[in-house]
Write a protein that binds this ligand. Structure first.
Ligand SMILES: Cc1cc2nc3c(=O)[nH]c(=O)nc-3n(C[C@H](O)[C@H](O)[C@H](O)COP(=O)(O)O)c2cc1C
Ligand SMILES: [Fe+2]
Ligand SMILES: [Fe+2]
Length: 404
């Protein structure tokens, strides 16, 4: 049965909800589910904007059929070829053989490589500034390379002001029947999901994201809505969401506070992390979040690394290198281009400690990561009175750096 909703004049949401997915991109846990959004515009010509994951094709085509109500489909605009959206394109082409496929030149190449025979179909490749008239509605296209794939475009309907923004302004999380930003408690329900989505999926591409925002800037008075490919449609507080993206994309912290991460096998390093957290709280540093790198998937820790200004990482040495869960996390930070943070490091090792050196090297490869106190603080196996003094000194340095 169909599940659709009008979002603007002649414009309908036809997305689907994935509440069964376990891992997004087969990496990131998704207990909160996700939506794959798609839209239809009914004008003199009809157009579908993007598609959905193939697993949801049945619901999706029921939605399209319901909205088209017997009309032909004239265009399918594919802003982004990633298969969570584009994998139903083959079925669209089968069901609507007369529809023209609209995508960027790069998108067409991607489509061919993913096995969609766009060349034996009507194909219209578009570039920056091109327009396509559906009647009252004129679509204009902006290129958004590397947000977060190279072929991405976004489409603005100049009549309704809806910006079909591809994965930009998307978020994890299902909507439970609601659709618009003003129908959900965004800060309460979605902000953490949105941060985890952006930082892990698009985070590496801060610069391309900032380029897109700069390009969209002069059009802002024309943009009335963000219609992304995941999560709520934005119709009220667009600037709030833009500001969040500017922070994330420019690697500026949202809050002065500290992310504490530890790697520990037998609890001694964990104890030190708790001691330091406790001492920080006593000094008034209460904006903090602590994770056991072995327990929590790195995508959650990455999101808080983007959120907070400071980081404390305490890790054991493991087989002459850094403990693998912590190593993976730091590699991820590097891959995602995280920068501009203040970092405190604690090393543990029982016979040939290496974790401090490896962490220092890894943070050294990232941009503008300041090692607090100049170097890591070491202890051997478990904390003793002598090393306690050094650990307390490091706590003071962190607190002072946070103005406490
Ligand atoms: C499998 C294994 C490998 C380890 N490899 C090293 C090592 O190469 N060098 C070292 O100094 N300590 C090594 N350690 C000791 C740990 O770094 C750490 O000092 C010890 O596990 C106590 O800390 P914890 O209670 O936080 O786990 C190793 C421990 C284990 C269990
Ligand atoms: Fe994507
Ligand atoms: Fe996506």
């Amino acid at each position: 049965m169909y599940n659709v909703r009008q979002i603007a004049e002649d414009t309908y949401y036809i997305g689907v909800t994935d509440n069964r997915i376990h891992l997004f991109e087969n990496i990131h846990p998704l207990p909160e589910g996700v939506t794959y959004n798609s839209y239809v515009i009914l004008d003199e010509k009809t157009a579908v904007m993007d598609s959905v994951d193939w697993n949801f094709a049945r619901q999706y085509f029921e939605n399209i059929d319901h909205v088209l109500n017997g009309r032909e489909l004239d265009y399918v605009v594919i802003n982004h070829l990633e298969p969570d959206h584009a994998s139903s394109l083959g079925e669209i082409m089968l069901r609507y053989p007369n529809a023209t496929v609209v995508m960027s030149e790069k998108g067409a190449n991607f489509a061919r490589n993913f096995g969609f025979d766009v060349d034996s179909h009507n194909l219209l490749t578009v570039k920056e500034g091109d327009t396509l008239s559906l009647g009252k509605h004129t679509l204009t296209f902006l290129e958004a390379p590397m947000v977060h794939w190279p072929e991405v475009i976004v489409t603005l309907d100049l009549h309704t002001g809806v910006l079909y923004s591809a994965d930009a302004f998307g978020t994890f999380g299902k909507l439970d029947g609601r659709l618009f930003d003003d129908e959900v408690d965004f800060e309460g329900e979605f902000l953490d999901h949105a941060r985890r989505y952006f930082t892990n999926i698009v985070g590496k591409y801060g610069k391309p994201t900032m380029n897109l925002l700069a390009k969209a800037g002069p059009l802002l008075d024309k943009i009335k809505m963000f219609a992304p490919l995941h999560g709520p449609v934005w119709r009220t507080n667009l600037q709030y969401y833009i500001d969040k993206h500017v922070k994330w994309a420019s690697y500026e912290p949202e809050e002065e506070g500290v992310l504490i991460v530890y790697g520990s096998m037998y609890g001694n390093t964990e104890e030190v992390a708790y001691l330091m957290a406790n001492e920080l709280a006593k000094r008034g540093v209460t904006k903090m979040k602590m994770y056991d790198a072995s327990k929590t998937h790195h995508s959650y820790i990455i999101a808080d690394a983007f959120k907070y200004s400071h980081m404390l990482v305490a890790s054991v040495t493991y087989n002459l290198t850094l403990y693998p869960p912590v190593k993976t996390l730091l590699e991820d930070m590097h891959m995602l281009n995280l920068q501009n943070r203040k970092v405190a490091l604690v090393e543990n090792g029982s016979w040939s400690p290496q974790s401090g050196k490896v962490m220092t090297e890894m943070f050294g490869k990232m941009k503008n990561m300041e090692i607090l106190n100049g170097e890591y603080t070491h202890f051997t196996s478990s904390l003793n009175e002598e090393k306690l003094v050094e650990i307390m000194n490091l706590v003071d340095v962190i607190a002072k750096s946070l103005g406490k």
